[in-house]
Design a protein around this ligand. Structure first.
Ligand code: PGA
Length: 250
């Protein structure tokens, strides 16, 4: 039985003080409720250290939204895995479609980051997903499974890996994949993981859904057999919505 996992991806939002306030509100909101899932938040880089302190007594885990694939050196503007760990992160989100779309990250770059982050002892959320054009031309599963295969090239130990299936057309658009559409892709990803790592290992890997998850649709999505929680953008910026989504875990 896989423990579901829900992570809030705050993207490029919130000052440091706003981030602390949001983290404290989420931590306070879940303090008295039984959590059936792992829960995390991913603030922007400048807020990581102080948010780590704000959630230190809460079950919330800290995630970063990106990292670089080298240890250190002349990479102006980049942040390394050891910096993330020293800020208190246990997770890093990699290959988000916004990184792929706006910052030119391809499967090979994502793969270098995945390997670096896992080697550094971080847990990784590897994001995959098709564009609307790709869905309409019937290549969703080819695209997504290529992202999985190439993103995991040379990765042997997947015990600290989570996959997030995020159809690009559903991110920030208010359009959610139906539970059946999402389940179909999740099952296909699991079949690919099974080919790569064997069925027993594949059965243990969590696959989150992301793309306009809200309190009103979280329960039906999270009830599907291959959907193991969510990566939440917009709704994670509102503590009451994020908490409602956390409580939708089975
Ligand atoms: P959204 O974003 O929930 O705002 O659609 C999800 C994501 O990009 O991780």
């Amino acid at each position: 039985m896989r423990t579901q996992i829900v992570v809030g991806n705050w993207k490029m939002n919130n000052s440091i003080s706003e981030s602390i306030a949001l983290a404290e509100a989420v931590a306070a909101g879940i303090a008295d409720i039984p959590l059936n899932c792992e829960a995390g938040i991913a603030p922007a880089f400048p807020a990581l250290g102080q948010v780590a302190s704000a959630i230190s007594r809460s079950p919330l885990q800290l995630a970063a939204q990106n990292c670089h694939f080298e240890d250190n050196g002349a990479y102006t503007g980049e942040v390394s895995t050891s910096m993330l760990k020293s800020a208190g992160c246990s997770w890093v989100i990699l290959g988000h479609s916004e990184r792929r779309q706006y910052f030119g990250e391809d499967n090979q770059v994502v793969n270098r980051k995945v390997k670096k982050a896992l080697a550094a002892g971080l847990k990784v959320i590897l994001c995959v997903g098709e564009t609307l054009e790709e869905r309409e031309s019937g290549v969703t599963e080819t695209i997504v499974n290529t992202q999985v295969r190439e993103g995991l090239q040379g990765v042997d130990d997947v015990s600290r890996l989570v996959i997030a299936y995020e159809p690009v057309w559903a991110i920030g658009t208010g359009k959610t994949a139906s539970k059946e559409q999402a389940e179909e892709v999740h099952a296909s990803i699991r079949a690919t993981l099974s080919e790569l790592y064997g069925s027993q290992t594949a059965e243990g890997i969590r696959i989150q859904y992301g793309g306009s998850v809200k309190p009103s649709n979280a329960s039906e999505l999270f009830a599907m057999p291959n959907i193991d929680g969510g990566l939440i953008g917009g709704a994670s910026l509102k503590p009451e919505d994020f908490i409602a989504i956390l409580t939708a875990c089975k």
